[in-house]
Design a protein around this ligand. Structure first.
Ligand SMILES: Nc1nc2c(ncn2[C@@H]2O[C@H](COP(=O)(O)OP(=O)(O)O)[C@@H](O)[C@H]2O)c(=O)[nH]1
Ligand SMILES: [Mg+2]
Length: 199
């Protein structure tokens, strides 16, 4: 009988440069510090490289899927990689960082359908660039917001309190939009938030 040991998939998504890898590495470090094992799957070469060497020495498998947006050409690769990882013994969490341009809701639906595990969807918003991105890609941001279980308004360290209030105000909300949490992931994530995401 095949033992499916992985319990959960956490997707950290949002635009390129918003801080996804930074958030993901903070979560990975905490998982390892807690004596657990996680895998990291990325399909985007961003600013902060996934520290593959560190992850490997910590016993975390890292998979990189390149070749484009996972919502189209490499969706199959992504699913195949995830399916293989869910069968790894003693792996409890898979962290995924899909490409910034991927159609998140479609991707997450596909993973849930093919893998059979729920995906916790953590959206990272780039606070200093949000007003610009809302002008350039309002529809994409709306669809990202609609899919989110947890929303992080990141890089709040770069804004004044007034700018932060203004930025929060710009975010289009619906009745079921989750609370929007301020983060400065480059300086670490609050313990309570990490616990909430990993619980
Ligand atoms: N000031 C500041 N910079 C951040 C923060 N989080 C990430 N960054 C920086 O933003 C850039 C993009 O981060 P990265 O994690 O690669 O974003 P990704 O492309 O979404 O994966 C890097 O230079 C990070 O150091 C933050 O909270 N505050
Ligand atoms: Mg990245």
């Amino acid at each position: 009988m095949a033992l499916i040991s992985c319990q959960k998939i956490i997707a950290v998504y949002g635009f390129l440069g918003s801080g996804k890898t930074t958030v993901m590495m903070a979560l990975a470090r905490d998982i390892v510090a807690g004596g657990h094992r996680a895998a990291v799957v990325v399909n985007e070469a961003g600013d902060v490289p996934v520290d593959g060497k560190w992850l490997m020495t910590s016993g975390l498998p890292v998979k990189e899927i390149f070749g484009g947006c996972i919502c189209c050409s490499v969706m199959g690769d992504f699913i195949t990689t995830l399916r293989a990882l869910t069968k790894e013994p003693s792996l409890d969490t898979i962290l995924i960082e899909p490409s910034g341009m991927a159609d998140a809701p479609q991707l997450f639906g596909s993973i849930e359908k093919h893998i059979g595990l729920p995906v916790l969807k953590v959206l990272v918003l780039d606070a200093p660039r949000l007003s610009l991105l809302l002008k350039a890609a309002a529809l994409l941001i709306r669809s990202q917001l609609e899919a989110a279980d947890i929303i992080l308004l990141n890089k709040t360290d770069t804004l004044t309190p007034d700018q932060l209030a203004e930025t929060r105000h710009m975010i289009p909300r619906q009745q079921n939009t989750p609370a929007i949490l301020d983060t400065a992931a480059a300086n670490g994530l609050p313990v309570a938030l990490i616990e909430d995401i990993l619980k």
